[in-house]
Design a protein around this ligand. Sequence first.
Ligand SMILES: *[C@@H]1O[C@H](CO)[C@@H](O)[C@H](O)[C@H]1NC(C)=O
Ligand SMILES: *[C@@H]1O[C@H](CO)[C@@H](O)[C@H](O)[C@H]1NC(C)=O
Ligand SMILES: *[C@@H]1O[C@H](CO)[C@@H](O)[C@H](O)[C@H]1NC(C)=O
Ligand SMILES: *[C@@H]1O[C@H](CO)[C@@H](O)[C@H](O)[C@H]1NC(C)=O
Ligand SMILES: *[C@@H]1O[C@H](CO)[C@@H](O)[C@H](O)[C@H]1NC(C)=O
Length: 409
Amino acid sequence: MKVAGTREVLTLLAVLVTQHSLVTGNSTVVVTHENVQGLIDSNELLLLSFYTEWCRFSKILEPIFEEAAAKIHQKFPEHGRVILGKVNCDKEEVLADQFNIIKYPTIKIVRNGLISNQEYRGQRSLEAFMQFVERELSDPIKEFHSIDELKGAEVGHGIVIGYFISKDHVEYDTYRRVASLMRNDCRFLVGFGDLTKDLRPPGKNALIFRGDPSIPNPKQSYSEYQGNKTSFKDLTAWIDTKCVPVVREVTFANAEELSEEGLPFVLLFYNKQDLGPIQEFKKAIHSQLENETRVNFLTADGELFKHPLYHLGKSPGDLPIIAIDSFIHMYLFPRYEDIHVPGVLKKFIDDLFNGSLHFNFHSTEESDEKSESTIEPTQLPPVVHESKFKELMPSKHRYTLINRSRDEL
Ligand SMILES: *[C@@H]1O[C@H](CO)[C@@H](O)[C@H](O)[C@H]1NC(C)=O
Ligand SMILES: *[C@@H]1O[C@H](CO)[C@@H](O)[C@H](O)[C@H]1NC(C)=O
Ligand SMILES: *[C@@H]1O[C@H](CO)[C@@H](O)[C@H](O)[C@H]1NC(C)=O
Ligand SMILES: *[C@@H]1O[C@H](CO)[C@@H](O)[C@H](O)[C@H]1NC(C)=O
Ligand SMILES: *[C@@H]1O[C@H](CO)[C@@H](O)[C@H](O)[C@H]1NC(C)=O
């Protein structure tokens, strides 16, 4: 019998190796500093798991992530759609630095060639990964078929509406890519052809932003995009300023992400039956604190977040309530009504940063101990409690937290 040539043996080996990796189910791609850019450039969606061998949460995630990669590959086999990759941070320190990894495992998201600030923070289960990828790959833009559909606006979101000549217009392609990137920050709608003919200049497309109906003067925030509609960068910048509001709603789903931005929370706890305070809060911030960048302004459903409320000695009956959570302490804003008095909320925030809120905390403790109550009731310092929102930060029960110190160049 003739011995097979070297090339044939190699081919056979390659087939065996490929089959073997299918059998052992490692469907993730090993990502290194050498292949990362190619993967980023050639895939619609990339989930990158940054792990280390010694992190036990990484170990727990590994088989689940592998299985998810296999299932996702089965469901979306098309080249260039989605890849689940893994980065060994012990070997790829520079890559871990570039992606600002400060905990393991961290699952970063890359969409259409852009590394998102957002990371995967959902459940680490096969079902959750599948759902996430399906959602990410679904069309971010909803097509409307009658003008009536534009009337019902959802509270809590701005809307971008596209009036396009046709689906195969190059500008629509840009709109889709931007919408895919910003899908969590706005709702995106589109209408084509005759339906929208009277709503756009003849022979041209139009993009309109309509503000969240819960912000003060939503009419004022109504605006039309005047920039270059084939420029991905310009359109993204416009949608970013329109859709990412100064005041955001905190939920259990986004609390970890918001807390990781590292800024103290200035929170309005409101009652869902009475949304008026949300408008008042936003109005106060827009008129008095629009340049304040040291904190995150948030609104919180007092029912959903009743734990921090009880912790502050309050109940849903006391709403609305304003408090600062610095992730060390919580400080109660003394009187909600004072947000209408220019400067009072600003002073409350300034007091956090010059330490006087914290100082008052200790002096209240002392005066409590001595039972001296010589302070005028109106001058009582804000009541202070331990932070509740620090419990929503990335948890050591879920991640290995590290201090990555950058080398000075
Ligand atoms: C599969 O796992 C093996 C062993 O861990 C590794 O050498 C190989 O590169 C992996 N294959 C892929 C496609 O990631
Ligand atoms: C619009 O943006 C695209 C993509 O960046 C660019 O190629 C084109 O020249 C721009 N058009 C104008 C009129 O600036
Ligand atoms: C915020 O900054 C802008 C530009 O510096 C200024 O025009 C505006 O008055 C400032 N707003 C407030 C409320 O201080
Ligand atoms: C902090 O600033 C406020 C005014 O914003 C002032 O009343 C207070 O005395 C300051 N406290 C300290 C400790 O500097
Ligand atoms: C990170 O560094 C800070 C300050 O140096 C320290 O207080 C903290 O405990 C460190 N955290 C971890 C997880 O090592």
